[in-house]
Design a protein around this ligand. Sequence first.
Ligand SMILES: [Zn+2]
Length: 656
Amino acid sequence: MKKVDIILSNGTVVTMNEHLDVFPQGAVVIKDGQIVAVGPAADLGGEYEAEQTIDCAGQVIMPGLINAHTHVPMSLIRGLADDLRLDVWLYGYMLPVEREFMNEESCYYGTLLSCAEMIRSGVTCFADMYYFEDEVARAAQEAGMRAICAETVMKLPTPDATSYDESLEYCRRFIAGWKGHELIVPAVGPHSPYTCTPEILRETARLTQEHDVPLLIHIAETEGGVEGTRQLYGCAPAFCLDDFGVLDSKTLAIHGVHLTEEEMELMVQKGVGVAHCPTSNLKLASGVAPVTRMLDLGLNVGIGTDGPASNNNQDMFEEMRLAALLAKGITGDPKAVPSRIALTMATIGGARALHLDRITGSIEVGKQADLAVVDMDVLHVTPKFELSSDNIYSRLVYAAKSADVRHVLVNGRLLMRDRELLTVDVETITAEVQRIADRVNVFLMRREESLLDKLVAIGGLEWRETFEVQVKGSVEGEVAVKEGLAHPDISAVWRPSVRDQYDAYLLFADKGQGCIRHREDNVMREEGAVPESIRTLTLTEPGIEQEFDNSVLLSRSRFTSKADRTLRFYCEYFEPDSVKEVSKHRQRWHIRYKGVQFAVNFDRLTKPAYEGAFLEIKSRTWSKKDAEQKALLIGELLDVFNVDRGNLLKQDYVDF
Ligand SMILES: [Zn+2]
C-alpha cells in the first residue's frame, strides 16, 4: 500500500480533463499537495493508504472554480453606491473613496473577506487586480488560496503610488518578493488602454516578459472606453495593445464586450486569454460580451465576478449559470454555451486563460489538488438522471448553488471542511471590515451634504473669492455700445473677444447650497478664427449683495474646475433639483475709464430666446470705499453707453 495524505472517495468525480472523464463512484488521491491518482474508487481503494479519507457519497468532486477576474479588496465597499453609470460610479464614488481609505490594512482585510466568501462558494483560485498587491498576496496566502495578484498601473495617481513610475517600482519589488511562491503568482495590471499611456503599455509589457509573469488588462469594457482608446491611439484596443507588445506577454484581456471580429482573431493568434464578467457587464450596463463567438474562434475564455463593488458578490456558481443563460438570450440559440461549456469556462478554461492550466483547473495526475466537493443530495438538485453525459453538468450549473459546496482544498490542504472555514477567522474579519466601512460611511454622508465637498472629490479645483461691482441694463443695440467705446476717456486694455456661451445651471431646492454652472465657452479671439472651446464647472456659493445708486456690490465665493466630463455626468453625480439652460452670444471688451479697468459685455440671449440686448459693466474690487468710487464711475459709464436708468436689471440671466 502506498502512503498518501488524503483520499476523497465515493463521490462522482467530474475531472474536466481533455476527455471530460466522469467517474460515478470515483476517488481522488492526494500526496504532497498533488493529485497522484484519479479513477474508480474500487480500483484505487486497495492501492493507497491515506492519513485522512473523506467519504464523498452523494457528492461531486470537481476542480475548484477559478474566478478569472476580481478586485478582492473592494469587498470593503460592496453595496456602497449602486445603480449608477460607470463614470459616475467610478469617478464620483470609487476613486475618491479609494484615495481616502484604501491602504495596506484595508486591502488586507478586504482580501481576507473576499477569500472567505470565495472559499465558501468553491473557488480555489482567483486573478486579482488592485493596489497594495503585497497585502492582497499576503492575505491570500494566509487564507491558503491560489491567486494571480496584479498590481495596477495607470496614468492617474493611485492609492499606493503618486505616479506610474512609482507603480512600476512597486511591481518590480512585488515580483521579486513573490516569484516562485507555491500559491501566489505576481503579475502586472496596466488598468486599460485609455487609462494608460503608450509608455506605460510598453513598459509593463517589457516588465512582464522580462520576469515571465502574467499581464492583466481591462479591454473594450464599454463603448466609451473603446472610443477613448481610438481617440488616444488611433486604433481599436487590441490592435493598440499589440503595437506596444502587450499581447506578447502571458496576457489576460478582461471583459472584451465591444471587441471586433478582427481583434478577436488577433487575440487567438497571440494566445491571449479572456475573462468574461457577465454580472458586472450587466450591472454597469456595459453590454454583453460576444462569448459564443470568442469560443468558436478558439479563444480561452474564463469567467470572472469582477470586483464586489460591481457585482456585488463573488459567487462563481451564480456567474457560470448567468454566463450560460445570457449567451442563449443574446444569440436566440438555446444551444449556445451549454452547461458543460459553462463549467469548462469556470474551471480549466479559466486556468488556460490565466496561463495556469499546467498546475490547476482539472483533476488530473500531476496537477495540484485544487478541489471542491459539492453536495448533490439536496432538494433543489433532486432527482438525478443519467440519460446523457451532460446531465451532471446541468445539475451543477443550473441547479446547484454555492451553499452546496461542502469541502474545499487548495494544494491538497483543506480550507473548508463541512462548510467550516479552517484558515480564515470570520468573526475578526467581519468586525474589522465593518469598522472600516463605518468610517467610509461617515465620510460619504458628510460629503453628500456639501456640493463643495462633492466637487472636491472629483478633483482639479481652484478657489476664487470675488468681489465685484456690477450693473446690467437692457440696451437698444450694438450702435450705442460702439459709440460709447469711441469715447475719448475710454481706452482698450486687451483685444476684444467674441464668444458663444452655453451654460447649464444645476439648481438646488436648498438655496444655501449655492448652484453649479457648467459652461461651454466658445471663444473667437480674432475674426474668422476657429473658436476655442473651454469648458468649466463653477460652484457659486450664495453671495452677499450691497446696493449703490447705479450698481450692486457682489461678494461671492466661486470654485472652478475644468469640466473634463460630460454635462450628463455632472447631472447624475450632483443630482440637482432642476437644470436651467442659458445660452448667449457675448462680445467682450476690457477697457480703462479714468484710470480704472472695467469689463464690458454686450450680450444677446439665445436661450431662453429674448428680444433685445444687454450691456454688463463690471469691475473687481477689494474695499467698500473702492467699490463706492467704482459705482460712481459706473454711473458715468451708463451715460457714456446711453443706458436708460429705468432699464437696469438686478437678476442674473438664469433668474429671467
Ligand atoms: Zn475589473
